[in-house]
Write a protein that binds this ligand. Structure first.
Ligand code: SAM
Length: 290
């Protein structure tokens, strides 16, 4: 197997094919072999797993996944990498590369087609400029057992944040609604070529099989969360009144009281089941109004 993480191997390989890094495509390639090895090891990928990898680059993580998985389907947007990946992962019969933009894919359809009889998983060193849309698509696809990704450390902290902390955000709640996050390890900037300006971290999102909370309407729930964080420094009643104009200020205050919270409660301190209580109360009032 070509040790593609070894800079003495990677640099001549890139030069041979006239490859130059594209900043616009978020290309920071791994040059520390322990990183793809640890990601693949800790992701829980095994022979029964069908793994969707996003952005294989020159293939360091693809190789490690291919050694462990039943099948790897890697989606790469940059076709200049074709001849390089042919060298680095061509020997693996269980790897298929799709030359596409992951954001244009019908992910559930792809998983169904490519991984019959396998446990679908996703694993990637993500291009950081589109971390949120990719994670959103992977979680909303509702077809993976586990999603393990390398992201900026700050993003990993946001994904795993607790209520009331500075990192807690609408994105935290979105991720934790779908999955239980587990922070795995940090990866310093010197493990990449070119070096990014930030530290990275690997996080596993263990997808929930069932929603553990009573959330009567997903749309109203997420609208409640967004309304609350749009005005995170203000009282929840202000955010609700602005996000649900039909409630008005008085209605927003009534919803908060009926859900059992103090009038001056701030949204950023609420847990998912507490947001659910608010959202369900909004829905109940709507029902009464009809
Ligand atoms: N997996 C390799 C590694 O760890 O060294 C490369 C990771 S690099 C951070 C991100 C990769 O995602 C690049 O190969 C880039 O070309 C690819 N990429 C960027 N945007 C993409 C998109 N919209 N769809 C698929 N791949 C994309």
């Amino acid at each position: 197997m070509v040790n593609v993480c070894d800079i003495q191997v990677m640099k001549p390989l890139l030069a041979e094919h006239g490859f130059h890094f594209s900043k616009a495509k978020g290309q920071n390639f791994l040059i520390a072999p322990w990183v793809p090895q640890s990601i693949a090891e800790q992701s829980g990928v095994d022979g029964m797993a069908g793994v969707l990898e996003i952005g294989p680059g020159v293939g360091p993580l693809t190789q490690q996944l291919a050694l462990r998985a039943g099948k790897v389907c890697a989606v790469e947007v940059d076709e200049r990498l074709k001849p390089i990946l042919a060298v680095t992962v061509g020997e693996f019969g269980n790897v298929e590369i799709l030359w596409q933009d992951v954001l244009k894919l019908d992910i559930p359809a792809l998983v169904k087609e490519k991984f019959p009889g396998l446990r679908p998983m996703a694993c990637a060193n993500l291009p950081y400029y589109i971390t949120s849309p990719i994670l959103t698509a992977l979680l909303e696809a509702e077809c993976f057992d586990c999603v393990t990704v390398m992201v900026q450390k700050e993003v990993a902290q946001r994904i795993a944040a607790a209520p009331g902390t500075a990192d807690y955000s609408a994105f935290t709640i979105f991720c934790q609604y779908y999955a239980e996050p587990e922070l795995l390890f940090e990866v310093p900037a010197h493990c990449f070529l070119p070096q990014p300006k930030v530290t990275s971290a690997v996080v596993s999102l263990h997808v929930r099989r069932e929603c553990p909370w009573e959330i009567l309407d997903e749309d109203v729930f997420f609208r409640t969360v967004r309304a609350s964080f749009a005005m995170r420094r203000k009282k929840l009643s202000n955010g609700l009144a602005s996000g649900f104009p039909e409630l008005g200020k008085a209605g927003a205050a009534e919803v908060i009281a009926a859900a059992g919270f103090a009038p001056n409660v701030r949204g950023e301190t609420l847990s998912i089941p507490e947001f659910a209580r608010i959202a369900n109360e909004i829905l109940r009032r709507r029902g009464n109004a009809i």
